[in-house]
Design a protein around this ligand. Structure first.
Ligand SMILES: [Mn+2]
Length: 353
């Protein structure tokens, strides 16, 4: 946690104190961690007297996270895919931009240019490898944490108004950060550090309702999601002789099951429960690209595979990327052959550096 020192926390506190218009941003296709830490930060800023803070996201918040959005906050939430002009105006008119849960501006997709060209002070708070530190006034980066939500929790705990007592966090911040950590660890299934359990313990003591979070996250799925899961496991999952499982969702299937963002959350993890599966890939056709999620077991680097073959990267055992049509593959129908070829190369010669 070398970035969390008195000097940096002090600097963050004074950047916030001096700012007149603060904007909080996160990455494209925001997940529970991205949304959780943005909302957590928003309510911390509001409690610090910073009204008028905006949250700008490239894409909509998945509906399973709606329980984190209250009426007051909803009008400060600006989504680029809904209101592109407004989103870019908010960014260019802010004097402090707090960037959460991503390591470089290109991860924000449509917000990238506006963030890059903005004259605002920029703060990074993130848990991915290889942060682009030079683009920020102040960077907090740490990979030995479960999530950006956990890292933000640790930083906020060191600020004077919270003063190491989670009971001083606004309740909505506590709820949002617990939610972000829970989704990024897949409910304590991966990336759990001693500090993660300390955070959970402090937040539960401070009154966070974990049952409420779990019932919102995991017991509110649509029927179509479970039916698609059944079809996927029965008919669409392939396992190669190298122990690589892959699932491909083309546009037709996504339309047939009326699949929205968030509906396939967690699918990529399912094949890892099979003993001989060492790495799992989920591909989704999305316009002129195919989005790729990769998860791996210990000893196999999802991050390296994403970097080498899928124009991406991420964490050691959880990464993502994309294949461009027609640059990488002529179309979705060629994706299976691409995966077979390149994961075989990866598993046999490239994984062990
Ligand atoms: Mn994250």
């Amino acid at each position: 946690m070398q970035d969390i020192n008195r000097h940096n926390v002090q600097k963050l506190v004074s950047l916030i104190a001096e700012a007149k218009k603060i904007t909080v941003v996160s990455h494209m296709k925001p997940d529970g961690d991205a949304v959780g830490c943005c909302i957590g930060m928003y309510h911390y800023l509001a409690a610090s007297g910073k009204t008028g803070t905006k949250i700008v996201l490239p894409h909509r918040v998945p509906s399973y996270l709606n329980f984190l959005i209250d009426k007051d906050m909803a009008c400060d939430l600006c989504i680029h895919e809904d209101k592109p002009k407004l989103a870019l105006e908010v960014i260019s008119s802010s004097d402090l931009i707090i960037c959460l849960d991503f390591n470089a501006f290109h991860r924000t997709d449509s917000l990238e240019d506006a963030l890059r060209s903005s004259a605002a002070e920029k703060v990074l708070i993130d848990h991915h490898l290889n942060p682009d530190r030079t683009s920020f006034t102040l960077a907090f980066s740490e990979t030995e944490v479960s999530s950006a939500s956990e890292f933000l929790f640790q930083i906020l705990m060191r600020t004077p108004i919270i003063n190491e007592d989670a009971g001083n966090l606004p309740q909505k911040t506590a709820l949002a950060l617990m939610t972000g950590m829970t989704t990024d660890t897949n409910n304590f299934n991966n990336s759990v550090f001693p500090s993660t359990l300390r955070m959970a313990s402090a937040l539960i003591e401070a009154g966070v309702d974990r049952d409420f979070i779990l019932s919102n996250l995991y017991n509110q799925y649509s029927e179509k999601r479970m039916r698609l899961m059944g079809h996927t496991l029965q008919d669409l999952m392939t396992i190669t002789k190298d122990g690589v499982a892959y699932i491909i969702f083309d546009k037709k299937l996504l339309q047939e099951y009326h699949i929205e963002e968030g509906d396939t959350e967690g699918f990529v993890n399912l094949p890892l429960s099979i003993g001989r599966v060492k790495m799992s890939l989920l591909l989704k056709e999305d316009g002129d690209r195919i989005r790729v999620s990769i998860r791996s077991k210990k000893g196999v680097s999802a991050n390296r595979c994403a970097q080498l073959h899928f124009n991406g990267g991420g964490h050691e055992n959880a990464a993502g990327g994309r294949l461009y049509i027609p640059k990488d593959v002529a179309g979705i129908e060629e994706a299976a052959a691409y995966i077979e070829t390149y994961t075989h190369l990866f598993m046999t010669t490239e994984n062990e550096k």
